[in-house]
Design a protein around this ligand. Structure first.
Ligand SMILES: [Zn+2]
Length: 148
């Protein structure tokens, strides 16, 4: 179940994390899904609304999600996943990330950004696929990224 993403979008997604460093960036990925294989064809930058703890939390406002869905519908695209950055932390799941992931069959992309609290450089980018059908059986699986 790879996540396929064009090189220029992959670069944009990573650059977003550098732009917002030392805070987390977040965004929405539009594209196509056949259930297991996800292909990204557009990114939507979202504003991180977690002003209380923006360095280690992110939150996408519901209005932004609805706007993204509407935009996708116009283009014949679905929401296939979400991305965010981990400033000065590894590109791995936090327990909060897991608790707040509710889009089954979607990809959650995390990029680590290391820096000196002023400027940061994107390091590792990982993708995780959320499987399951409810909060009871949900799980995350490391997902290969195919850059095309
Ligand atoms: Zn996170």
């Amino acid at each position: 179940m790879p996540l396929t993403i064009p090189k220029h979008l992959y670069d944009q997604l990573r650059a977003h994390g550098e732009d917002t460093y030392p805070n987390e960036c977040c965004g929405i990925m539009l594209g196509a899904s056949d259930g297991e294989n996800l292909t990204v064809s557009q990114l939507i930058r979202a504003g991180n609304t977690r002003t209380d703890s923006a360095h280690n939390r992110y939150h996408i406002a519901p209005q932004e999600l609805i706007a993204a869905q509407r935009e996708g519908r116009k283009l014949g695209l679905d929401i296939v996943g979400f991305y965010h950055s981990h400033p000065d932390h590894p590109a791995q799941w936090s327990t909060t990330d897991f608790a707040e992931a509710h889009w089954f069959g979607c990809a959650y992309v995390i990029t680590s950004v290391d820096g000196d609290k002023t400027t940061g450089t994107a390091q590792i980018t990982n993708s995780f696929f959320l499987t399951g059908t409810s909060e009871d059986d949900k799980a995350i699986i490391h997902q290969p990224i195919e850059i095309v």
